[in-house]
Write a protein that binds this ligand. Structure first.
Ligand code: CP
Ligand code: NVA
Length: 329
């Protein structure tokens, strides 16, 4: 799983619905003092998942370790200073060796080509845990969160989100790109407001638009440099850090470029968001991109359920790609 582009709309829908139903079943079982119910209980017994992280992580690391443990497997965390990769050993050799001993690699990398390179040399499934271009596990959790909070007419095979509008206000980055691909596939409109010079790169725009192929009612992608334009009639306001990991040296320049993009109640009102608008953020969060009043607004902010849903997204993805060997049932 490199990106949401790898999935058909039906497969993506299934991963989100499975995440949501596993969440309910496991929570009910835990509340009753029981072990996780089948089909999860023991589904990964004897399996090791190598977690190769070249960057910091709270949610992705904890959710992946907890998900593997919940299914009876062994998560093996390999930080950048723990293995020979990049110092004494190539991506190819590392991938061949680690995949010969484990059942899956979950990798957080810098350039996207690092995770596709790992996958190309691997004999086991590889899951992208964040690259320069994509963050598919985050997107599964985000759509689970939207489905659980805003779904109109969910069925056993649809998320019921067609016609909703997301406004992304901030940096055009890895989290946005998979969110936009999923939005197009799910019939959710996505309006992106980024400052000049921080918009969606042309090749990525093509990838996002290509997600509409074969979709009866795809979501529309619109782009602007004016936050208020994107926010008009939006159901959900979303942002992320203005300085992603690896961009620390650009921090000063970026903070200046994004002035006026902070999400506040005043901006949402000025832009004309829907009265019942919600707020989402993948975290970690800094106050410059969203103020405390919105971030901690219990009637609007979905950030903590969104973070918790990373666990259920990880369970769903590991079940599909490792337990069911890529069959998304
Ligand atoms: N949202 C997310 O991926 O968070 P971490 O960087 O803490 O894993
Ligand atoms: N865009 C952020 C996401 C972190 C989860 C980054 O790449 O650092």
């Amino acid at each position: 799983l490199m990106s949401i582009s790898d999935l058909t709309p039906a497969e993506f829908t299934r991963l989100v619905l499975n995440a949501s139903s596993h969440k309910k079943a496991v929570k009910d079982a835990f509340a009753a003092g029981q072990t996780p119910p089948k089909p999860l209980h023991g589904a990964m017994t004897g399996k090791t998942v190598a977690m190769m992280f070249s960057k910091r992580s709270t949610r992705t690391r904890v959710s992946t370790e907890a998900a593997v443990q919940l299914m009876g497997g062994h998560p093996m965390f390999l930080g950048k200073d723990d293995i020979q990769l990049g110092v004494n050993e190539s991506l190819h050799d590392t991938s061949v060796v680690i995949s010969s001993m484990t059942s899956c690699m979950v990798a957080r990398v810098g350039p996207h080509s690092d995770v596709t390179g790992l996958a190309a040399s691997s004999s086991v499934p590889v899951i992208n845990a964040l690259s320069s271009d994509f963050h598919p596990l985050q997107t599964i959790a985000d759509f689970q969160t939207i489905h659980e909070s805003l779904s109109s007419t969910p069925t056993s095979s649809s998320l019921g989100l067609e016609g909703l509008k997301i406004a992304w206000v901030g940096d055009s980055n890895n989290v946005l790109f998979d969110l936009a691909i999923a939005s197009v596939k799910m019939g959710v409109h996505i309006a992106v407001a980024s400052p000049t010079g921080y918009g969606i790169p042309p090749a990525m725009r093509q990838t996002i638009l290509a997600a509409a192929e074969g979709v009866a009612n795809p979501g529309k992608l619109t782009e602007t440099t004016v936050p208020e334009e994107a926010i008009k009639d939006a159901d959900i306001l979303v942002t992320d850090t203005w300085v992603s990991m690896g961009q620390e040296e650009e921090a000063k320049k970026r903070l200046a470029a994004f002035k006026g993009y902070q999400i506040t109640h005043e901006l949402a009102e000025r832009g004309g968001a829907k009265p019942n608008w919600k707020f989402m953020h993948c975290l970690p969060r800094h106050p410059e991109e969203v103020d405390d009043a919105v971030f901690y607004d219990e009637s609007r902010s979905l950030v903590f359920p969104e973070a918790e849903n990373r666990l259920w997204a990880a369970v769903s993805a590991l079940e599909a790609f490792v337990v069911n060997k890529g069959k998304i049932l």
